[in-house]
Design a protein around this ligand. Structure first.
Ligand SMILES: [Zn+2]
Length: 278
């Protein structure tokens, strides 16, 4: 993703500087090592926050304030204190930055973890309001992202319909951080045990992921193996075994026979000849 280019292109923003940045905020800015790269508000509203852990959002808000953006909500987020995972000696080893989640380390302080999660929840709730308050609405980018995922699910839906499983209408469900989309059944149930579709996915890769997620959702929730080869059937042992049903073959998303592995049809082009119908 060409963030550098975006950053350069957007360096002439509309903000008006107001007031000095407090020492406290400067400390916060330095604490996480955001360094010289950090998403501008317009980039954040377009999805760049997907890659910045939400415990760093208060520091980011302080950066935005230092760059001249201002609103009461922005100040509120900048002032939010997020307790660290660990308050013991290992706290000295924190380097912050872009590392993967460190995993849970039990806090010395009773309720420390809960306080941390509560504060992170506040940051997640505040951020869209903060962005709107300084003129950058994240809703259009999020809606476009969800619509893109729904379009992929609609292609997979053609295959559900043609095989007689049309009652399982898959809706794109937008969730949390990092932002992702999972297929959801009409009763609102979804399977959260795997990674959802990401904002950066597109084209045949997105369609493959949508197909894989729909098949996984069918398996995990109504416990149905779908789709199944008309000739070989599913895995003879159990629906949980066998080949992965969705594959990317030469940049095209295909269904495969879960029993023997041969290609069935491109996703969206199943027929009653190649796949079992209800
Ligand atoms: Zn087969």
């Amino acid at each position: 993703m060409p963030w550098t280019k975006l950053w350069l292109a957007s360096s002439a923003g509309p903000p008006l500087a107001s007031g000095p940045v407090s020492r406290e905020w400067r400390r916060k800015i330095g604490r996480f090592g955001l360094g010289s790269w950090w998403p501008r508000p317009e980039q954040a509203a377009a999805g760049a926050l997907d890659h910045l852990p939400s415990d760093q959002w208060p520091a980011l808000a302080a950066k935005w304030h230092a760059a001249g953006f201002d609103s009461p909500l922005l100040r509120q987020l900048a002032e939010l204190e997020i307790p660290p995972f660990d308050s013991g000696s290992s706290a000295r080893n924190r380097t912050g930055g872009w590392a993967a989640p460190r995993g849970l380390v039990l806090s010395d302080q009773p309720g420390g973890i809960h306080a941390r999660f509560a504060a992170i929840g506040q940051a997640v709730d505040l951020m869209p309001e903060v962005l709107r308050s300084i003129g950058f609405d994240p809703a259009p980018a999020d809606e476009a992202f969800v619509a893109r995922c729904q379009s992929a699910l609609d292609v997979v839906q053609l295959d559900l319909d043609v095989t007689g499983y049309g009652q399982y209408r898959m809706r794109a469900r937008f969730g949390g951080w990092p932002a992702s989309v999972l297929p959801t059944l009409p009763d609102g149930s979804y399977w959260g045990g795997t990674e959802g579709m990401g904002r950066e996915e597109e084209g045949s890769g997105l369609l493959w992921h949508a197909a894989d997620l729909v098949s996984a959702t069918m398996k995990e929730i109504p416990e149905i193996e779908w789709p199944v080869c008309a000739i070989h059937g599913g895995h003879p042992g159990s629906i949980w075994d066998g080949e992965e049903p969705a594959h990317l073959i030469k940049k095209v998303a295909w269904w495969r026979c879960t029993n023997t592995g041969h290609p069935l049809a491109p996703v969206g082009q199943l027929t009653a000849e190649v796949a079992k119908t209800l």
